[in-house]
Design a protein around this ligand. Sequence first.
Ligand code: KG4
Ligand code: ZN
Length: 406
Amino acid sequence: MTTVLAIETSCDETAAAVATGDETGPGSWAIRSSVIASQVDIHREWGGVVPELASRQHLRDLCGVAERALGDGGVDWGDLDAIAVTQGPGLVGSLLVGVAFAKSLALALGRPLVPVHHLAGHIESLFLCRPDLPLPAVVLVVSGGHTNLYHLPEAGRYELVGRTRDDAAGEAFDKVAKLLGLTYPGGPVIDRIARGGDERAIRFPVARMTHDDRVAGPATVNPPGFPRRGDGRMDFSFSGLKTAVARHLQRRRAEDPGPMSESELADICASFQRAVIDALLDRTFEAVRRFGASGLGIAGGVSANSRLRELAGERGEKKGLPVVLPTLHLSTDNAAMIAAAGLRQISAGVTARLDLNADPALPLAAAGGTPRRPASGEGAGGSCAPPGGGVVTGRVTTTRPDPGGA
Ligand code: KG4
Ligand code: ZN
């Protein structure tokens, strides 16, 4: 049994988790602890994540968060068999804090360093919740930075079959919330307000890719059996929807400069949210059909959306398709998912040398999903000297999620 400490600092959550598992895979994975120090209260003031503030806050919080994860998990530094860390993608300054910390620990403890791709983490969060997620599966990763559709022919293999051409779905939630004068992050706020609205009140258009659009842009992976060029890839586009909401608000203000009623705001939120969800689910279920997938997973911050969870479940039920969404703790950024992806890497024999660097644009390799980093040079690093005696600032959530069952 391997005990891994995982570190996640790619954006604005400082997170650490302790998990155990063996080479038999997700059925053996168990989360011992998962601690998240959210910086959301800091960034809210600025209407979005300020990278410089994010990396400085990671620096303040990380040692305390890691110590707390160890304490909650009932393990000592010496019990750890490996250190997993998010190598990318994300904000470079934020990633660097986590990578430098993990390298220092790996060196000080003499334990292997395991590089993890942030999106592999989101994908593997599904297997933490449902170790027997039927394969082949289609997985939608939908977050603040990504809206990617993957085909998983087998465990640990992620084939990109669709992606957003512009804004990520979470980004659209955040930008529309800003237009509406709501606080950051926009997703949870719109989710809450939309519950009181009519999602059919306004018809916001959802972009349909034209033939030419579909074949343009960087190539997604075409796995065997996948439709050829021109036959339609399952890409997304959300910037037009954001513009449609902006136009609607302009028109509305020109007609009536008065303040918006609560019910009008709720109708706009509900209609926008429904348009996003329909776009996401239409293409995702289309991918399920094309690949003859036996299972469907939806992960990433936007998978916390209550209406998306409801509608995805309903559609899956109609089709007799198992639909898996992570628990709310595992939907948004966390380190338990990095531990899961780390255990997958360890089973595949993937470790990094101590010259590992953060990579803000790290690609998720098509075959195996293994971050391929050149192994060169001598290791460097030092021991961990926690500043501030391990005190964690910010809002901390800590949990020991039950990894088994649903
Ligand atoms: O995965 P995540 O925590 O960080 C990234 O890797 O980006 O995702 C954050 C995104 C934000 O854009 C946030 O607005 C969105 O997830 N989000 C939601 C909800 N909760 C978080 N979007 C819609 N509904 C929600 N309930
Ligand atoms: Zn994420």
